[in-house]
Design a protein around this ligand. Structure first.
Ligand code: SAH
Length: 346
């Protein structure tokens, strides 16, 4: 039978304090337990040694502590690490550690599977099962931070929400996780080191701007022509580029934070001059930079990365207009850890 007990880590510190007051104890007890749960990462009530046995029993009767479990860790020849993470209900998501000389980045998942249907992405083949809770997102980060310290002798420096799922379709939980990551009681990381990547949900981009979030925004653009974009990212039909543009203008107006566009160039899909021209136009709307991402094949060749010459054309066109463009080589391909390859294969 499924446990009726509540996940104690879904409670805020204030709610924990209230729980203790209402059970006849001191509010301060809430702070102590909160510290065990978050700063000390306790996995059991039993391990909370400065909490009396009676109190621990009350906790035991009312709550569970759900933790993720790294089921399998794979290491790539390039230093990339991929974790298969088992959740309390048995579902699995993946997260990745990407080391470079100057930073170590965690790529984390926000949903089990994904409800979007980007045709070039392996995750889209797993239908969306559920949203991750804030603590399940937070725990992925902690697991990667520990591995970063262990295998690369340095703490995590950056986080990108580019794993499985669409973060803006699990916005509240992503926000709560980021609050925890940035708070001194969590990792105390600067929000400027965190990037949320979205396929572009206009309403939610505006909401983020209204919420005055301090993290960075990346948009998976891949085409600035509706017809082409809808073909490869069918949800674009409901969220067309004009709406995306308007939302991004709103975002920049409020946050003054430059947007990153992620863009893969595919042969026969977005490799024409008019594709480049459309991108140049789109880039002129709000301050931005473009990351040209290497395509990681996920199938039998329906999508093919465009030739180097075509990619050079993109780079030259963008640079000659004064736009910043980076080419992002993919990492961890040998263990299916690269962008768009997360599909719980193992
Ligand atoms: N749903 C979010 C985050 C997950 S995808 C988003 O769409 O942004 C993270 C990035 O990987 C996105 O830019 C996505 O377009 C890109 N991507 C997906 N499949 C890919 C593939 N096979 N090769 C290269 N990049 C891919």
């Amino acid at each position: 039978m499924k446990s009726k007990k509540k996940d104690i880590r879904a409670l805020t510190k204030e709610q924990l304090r209230e729980f203790f007051v209402s059970s006849g104890d001191k509010a301060f007890r809430g702070n102590q337990v909160y510290e065990w749960l978050w700063s000390k990462g306790a996995h059991s009530f039993e391990s909370m040694t400065n909490i009396s046995k009676d109190t621990r029993e009350i906790l035991e009767d009312n709550f569970v502590i759900n933790h993720i479990k790294v089921d399998q860790m794979q290491r790539s020849t390039d230093g990339t690490i991929k974790n298969a993470v088992r959740l309390h209900d048995g579902l699995v998501v993946e997260s990745v550690l990407i080391p470079t000389p100057s930073r170590t980045t965690a790529c984390v998942s926000s949903q089990v599977g994904c409800s979007l249907d980007c045709r070039f992405c392996a995750t889209s083949r797993l239908k969306r099962m559920r949203n991750l809770n804030p603590d399940e997102i937070y725990d992925q980060v902690i697991a990667i931070d520990n591995e970063s310290r262990l295998y690369h002798n340095r703490p995590l420096s950056n986080i990108v929400f580019m794993g499985m799922g669409e973060p803006l379709m699990n916005y509240n939980n992503v926000l709560k996780a980021i609050d925890k990551i940035t708070s001194p009681e969590g990792l105390g990381m600067s929000p400027k080191r965190i990037t949320v990547s979205t396929s572009g949900v206009p309403k939610m981009i505006k909401k983020m701007a209204d919420d005055e979030v301090r993290f960075k925004l990346a948009v998976s653009l891949h085409s600035a022509i509706d017809e082409v974009r809808t073909n490869i990212m069918p949800f674009n039909e409901n969220f067309p580029l004009a709406d995306l543009k308007e939302a991004l203008e709103y975002w920049y107006e409020k946050t003054k934070s430059r947007i990153t566009y992620e863009y893969v160039v595919w042969e026969g899909i977005n490799d024409r001059k008019e594709d480049i021209d459309a991108l140049l136009r789109f880039c002129s709307y709000v301050p931005c930079k473009v990351n040209l991402i290497e395509y990681n094949p996920i199938d039998d060749g329906e999508f093919q990365q465009a030739s180097n010459a075509t990619i050079e054309n993109y780079i030259n066109a963008l640079e000659s207009r004064g736009f910043v463009v980076n080419v992002r080589r993919s990492r961890g391909k040998d263990i299916d850890a690269a962008c768009g390859q997360l599909a719980n294969k193992t």
